[in-house]
Design a protein around this ligand. Sequence first.
Ligand code: GLC
Length: 442
Amino acid sequence: MVRLRSPSLIFVAFCLITLLAGCSRKDEKVVTFSVGGAPNELEFWEVLITQFEEQTGIKVDILRQPTDTDQRRQGLVISLKSKKSDPDVFLMDVAWIAQFAASNWLAGLDEKIWDSPQRDSTLTGRFHTPHFPPFFEKVVNLADRYRGTLIALPVYIDGGLLYYRKDLLEKYGIKSPPETWKELIEYSLRIQEDIRKTNPDFYGFVWQGAQYEGLVCNFLEFAVSNEGGINFEGDKILLNTSENIEAVKLMNELITKYKISPPSTFTEMKEEEVRAYFELGNALFERNWPYAWSLHQHQDSLVRDKVGIAKLPHFKSGKSVSTLGGWHIGISKYSDVKELSWEFVKFVTSYNTQKRLAMELGWNPGRVDVYGDRDVLRNLPHFAGLRNVFENAHPRPLLPYYTQISEVLQRYINAVFAGALSPEAALLAAEKEAQKIVERYK
Ligand code: GLC
């Protein structure tokens, strides 16, 4: 033990300790990761982060965000607009990556991804030519490159699915899930009428109709399955078409005419509200993303082992359509720890982490190689059959100003459900307003 006698020595020692403590605090580089989602998803991120910290010694702070995509985007926009160095890494909805890229808020990843040659164990001393990891190529080219530069990587791919109560369809002698919207209405009315005798809260079909991005995802599934959608003719946006009017009319009638969807559809129903409703055993059909599967199968779920998954129905003349959703990881251009952030991105997109995301959350990984994994296929048998649903899912327009167009559509379609406008008046007004946005960015 060193004994310090002179006061000046004690002073020097004190200064040294203070300095070292200061240094180590300053030198401890932390990656700040911003992510939202359902409560079980956030818990899962915490577990993953602990594992990453143990493996690498790099510290990650998590910034928890809500589930709603619009709120998540707004939170990030505030930090990025003010050029804050935190968060360093974040997940982005496929719907708004283009906006972030066009605003020049994302660090380029090309050099990083090509810069990790693997030593070939069979040919001593040789290196494999660096190769691009096996992500869904179509999705990467569509969403993760902006003007040729790679600015994000897909963590998971979403596509709208139809969940249905297998037990109830069987009980009422219905052999397979509905293929058309008309069949969905017929089955719902029949079964709902009977079950209502004992459960007045029971509805045929729950889906996302609240005024937010999810409503536009649902709208596209109705509209594109009727050969409509958000289309462009040169610089002219086409929303006010007979196909779209029919789609909005049908969505509205599910609530107001057939009453197979609850009135809360347009006031409250977002992903989590819809999932909870179905999970309480109060609905026959549910439109949701793949994440709902593992929660429906949870031991506390009232519908455990009673649920099937199918493609979404379509209009008589159209075909089934899933909106392409999903979340992608990127690094902020303003991050002051880009190298450490990249280590975290590599970890999140590695085979092992992607496999865990599939096994434990039921997410569809952004990496194609995980789909052939034996454990994944055993745990999630529906994966194999649904892979092409995700590969062919319908993207929202990948425009930097898409969220503004979406906001207009959300407002007008929701107003139809509220009884304030007819589908015709709503789409006419939405088209006029959206056209002004297009003109502004032309
Ligand atoms: C899901 C999808 C996302 C979509 C959102 C709408 O999170 O992955 O792409 O925008 O739902 O609520």
